[in-house]
Write a protein that binds this ligand. Structure first.
Ligand SMILES: C[S@@+](CC[C@H](N)C(=O)[O-])C[C@H]1O[C@@H](n2cnc3c(N)ncnc32)[C@H](O)[C@@H]1O
Length: 273
């Protein structure tokens, strides 16, 4: 969501019910990262709190930043059902990851499940990493969670065909929802895919709806992301291919999960290349 209307608002109510989101195996990884870093943790693109709430339940003080009022509204509603101790540990802020100023620093900043890939230009990516760096204590860590672009997938022609995804799920009010995904366009020069997630909703009275969630997603290759992090002053400590901390290269395509550290002292600028 970069300067566009709140595209996530259309689907925010479904988000936590979508099978592929509900079953995403990343939550324990982010709880463990919080355990290693300690409070406070800033989660960027926290959405409905899919990751943020379990980390707060595990005892960590969380600040969640997201640009979508629709997603944050769902998160606030979920937070109301939490015990008071958890509610007190969470602060939610509407803001843009490219330019925010929270007036405090964190031991850990996380960006779970690819929000960074909604930034479509290098300028936006660097603006975000700069904002993150200003909010990290010296020695603090950033976890940047991206997908590793599959060359096989990228080589396929774009057909615009809808591909059904995940099992049908039910909403608490009885609506049934199935989902499909499609790539509308692929710009191989700017590395941006125009993605459409299509929600087919069947109401209890038989009425049907087709709801579109459209957005651009920029893919980053491993070394590109490493250079970007280095340009923003980070040191890369780990690169994982999966949330069980499997090393990059152990599975393909896997994920690109960077653990990057803000140096205690900034690195000297090289005098020549
Ligand atoms: C795929 S969702 C991930 C939500 C959550 N991190 C999770 O793991 O379920 C991407 C989130 O990034 C947020 N987002 C997109 N662009 C943003 C921006 N420029 N600044 C802050 N949040 C943004 C969206 O509103 C959305 O909630």
């Amino acid at each position: 969501m970069t300067g566009s209307p709140d595209e996530y608002a259309r689907i925010a109510e479904f988000y936590d019910h979508v099978t592929v989101y509900r079953e995403r195996p990343d939550v324990a990884f982010f709880i463990e990262a919080a355990r290693e870093a300690g409070s406070p943790v800033l989660e960027i693109g926290c959405g409905t709190g899919r990751v943020l709430l379990p980390v707060a339940r595990a005892g960590f003080e969380m600040v969640g930043l997201d640009a979508s009022p629709g997603m944050l509204a769902v998160c606030r509603e979920r937070l109301r059902d939490e015990p008071e101790a958890v509610r007190k540990r969470v602060e939610l802020i509407e803001g843009d990851m490219r330019a925010f100023d929270l007036g405090r620093v964190f031991n850990l900043v996380t960006v779970p499940f690819r929000p960074f890939q909604h930034l479509l230009t290098v300028e936006d990516q660097l603006a975000c990493l700069g904002s993150v760096s200003r909010h990290l204590a010296p020695g603090g860590r950033l976890i940047l969670d991206l997908f590793n672009p599959s060359l096989d997938y990228l080589a396929k022609p774009v057909t615009g065909e809808e591909i059904p995804e995940g099992a049908e799920f039910s909403m608490p009010d009885g609506r049934r929802v199935s989902r499909a995904t499609r790539i509308l366009a692929q710009d191989r020069f700017s590395q941006v895919n125009q993605v459409e997630l299509i929600y087919y909703v069947t109401h209890p009275d038989g009425r049907t709806e087709r709801i579109l969630h459209s957005f651009g997603m920029r893919y980053l290759f491993r070394f590109e992301a490493e250079h970007l992090l280095a340009r923003a002053g980070f040191e890369i400590e780990h690169l994982y291919a999966a949330y069980d901390r499997s090393a990059y290269g152990s599975i393909y395509p896997g994920e690109l999960i960077f653990v990057a550290r803000k140096p205690v002292r900034p690195a000297p600028v090289p005098s020549s290349l």
